[in-house]
Each structure stands twice: as C-alpha cells, then as structure tokens.
Design a protein around this ligand. Sequence first.
Ligand code: PLP
Length: 379
Amino acid sequence: MSFIYLDHAATTPVHPNVVKEMLPYFTQSFGNASSRYHLGHQSFSALEIARTQLANVLHCDPCEIVFTSGGTESDNLALFGAAHAYQTLGKHIITTKIEHPAVKLSCAALEAEGFSVTYLPVSKDGSVSPCDVEKAIRPETILISVMFANNELGTIQPISEIGKIARQHDVLFHTDAVQAFCNVPIDVQAMQIDLLSLSGHKIYGPKGVGALYIRSGTSLHPILHGGQQENGQRAGTENVPAIVGLGYAAQYMGENLSTRTASVNDLRNYFEAQLSIMFPELIQNGSLGHRLPGHSNLTFPNVRAKQLMNHLNYHGIFASIGSACSCLTNSHSHVLRAIGKTDSEIESTIRFSLGYENSYADIDKAIQIIASEINNCRR
Ligand code: PLP
C-alpha cells in the first residue's frame, strides 16, 4: 500500500543506514557488554562509541550519558531519580501544564508521595515565561522540568533563559528533549541543562531505546534495581543493537541538522501557505517564530477532525489528533486546553508532522485530498 506519512512526531521510519549499523549486533557481535571476553568487549566498545556519538550532538562528556528504554524511562529516571535523591533539601518541583504524560504523570505520582508541584501556565502560542519560572521558585524547590519543544504544537521553549535562572537559584533543571533532539541545535553546557531526555524513534532510530544526559556531579536514585550497568545508574543488560542504532542515528541526523531542518521547515511552510489559501479560516497553532521544523498543528473551524483524519487514513494520508499517547485515552488534549482552545476547536484540530523524506509532490497530494474530503466532515 502506498501512503504519505505525516506523523513524524509520533515516530519515524528507521533510516536504512541505521539498520545496516545495527545488524551485526544481533547475530555476530551479540555479546553481553558486561562479559569479560572478546565478544563482550566488542559490545562494550559499541556502547562507548554510541555514548560518544550522543555526547558530540549534546556537547557533553560521554560519561554523562545513560542509556534507557526510551523517552518515557528517561523522564521517569530524571523526575523520580532527582526527587528521591534531593528530597532532604526540599520537596517542591516546578513544571508546566503542557508536558508529555511521561513527565505529567510522574509529577502526579510524586504529588501522591508528598511532593508539591507547580504547573506553570503557557501563553496562547504554548510558550512558558522564564519570569513565571523564576517567580515560582521557593527555598524548597529542588527541580524544574520544562520540555524543550512541545510534541503537539512544536513550540520551542526559552531553554537557555530557564537554564540560567535554575543555575542562579541552584535548582536542578531537567528538559524533555524527545521532540527537539536532532531537530534543533542543543548545547547542554551553554544552555545550563542538568538532565535531558531523548529517544531513538523520533530521530530515524529504533523504538524502545533512549538516553538521559546527567550532568556530572548530579546524583540520581536509580528507579530500576538490579545489576551495576550504566555506572550503577540504570540496571539491566544494555540493548546493544538498539543503542548502536540510536548513536548512529544521532550522529547522522546531527551532521546534516541545519540543511535537513531548513528544507523540512520550507516544506511545512508551503503546506500551511497552500492550505491557508484554500481555507482562509484555518488557524495555525503554536509559536510561528519558535517552532520545530516539521510540526503543523491546525484547527479547521467547524470541521470534525476525527472524521477528517479517518477520511485521510482511507486515502493513505497518515496524521494524528493530538499526540500518539492521547489517541489511546480518547480525552481532549491537555496541551490545546492549556493554550485556551475551546472543546469545539480541539475537536477540529489535527497535528501534521513532516519529515525529510516527504516531498512537495506528497504535500500537494495531501492538500488535494484534504480539499476533496473536508466538506464531507463539516459540522
Ligand atoms: N516526551 C515527549 C515530548 C514525547 O513526544 C514522547 C513520545 O512521543 C515521549 C516523551 C516518550 O518517548 P518514548 O516513546 O521513547 O517513550
């Protein structure tokens, strides 16, 4: 079946070169990275190469990278790990109203344990104000967690400003960079980030693998108990082929970041410009000036988005309503609510997210199908 994939924020295809790099680690160099013989050493070296590849993109030391099973685990390790390690200093955490459930629900679980959490509001375009962050800091604040870029809107947060405030107040700063990693330049030192979550499957790497950057000197309580892998910070035999894929994908996507993202950005702008000509009532959500290159979150007033999405699906155009996670719950997007959308606007909103392998022909075809189906989906 031929299709046009416009849901790269949900996941990306694994790049063929990434698959090629991974393959030998399934059947040939399959040793346990902790084993003290040649096969084990080969796997251990592969992990160290991947650690260096990630460190090069983030501008940190390879020893500051811990491999995990993905963005969700990285977020859980950052939040629970920091909260439990630093709770003697205070039990207050600052986050935002638009975080991914991996952060949002970790915060809710910490509240149930007795931590108090401030959920900062965002502006109409989904931006967090650094001033609000600073005002929310109390003597007992131990952690600030603000996502680098939002998964639904694509809005990029003022991370350097927040990092500076956190460091001035001696508070740990975590950012969920699952959507931003390899889509915007990140320098954890310059941006004064202490903890950063990333995931393989958003960057043309495999699913079920990710990493947490932990600034040297930051101590986290482990959330998994078992072996001493990953310097005692994450128990469990490392998934060597997936980690090799993650490292290679990061290097590959990091190398061509500016040219790749510039062309995706142009294509996304073309998509929105063409749609706006056809549907002058169209609303573009999120920050137009500070947005991830492929994200296009659109409200088609008085159109039933779910129905339109199903019609597009029938024609092989894949996009989503909200995030992949919220599709499972059937609830209204907390992100669209936080930027002030009404129920009816939320029910008329679709997220398209483009990738570098989309062409202008794909986009023209998608626009043509949207135009032909939209009248069948009006309220
Ligand atoms: N954080 C953000 C912002 C995400 O978009 C996602 C996935 O959609 C996650 C965390 C979870 O990452 P993973 O799917 O690797 O567990």
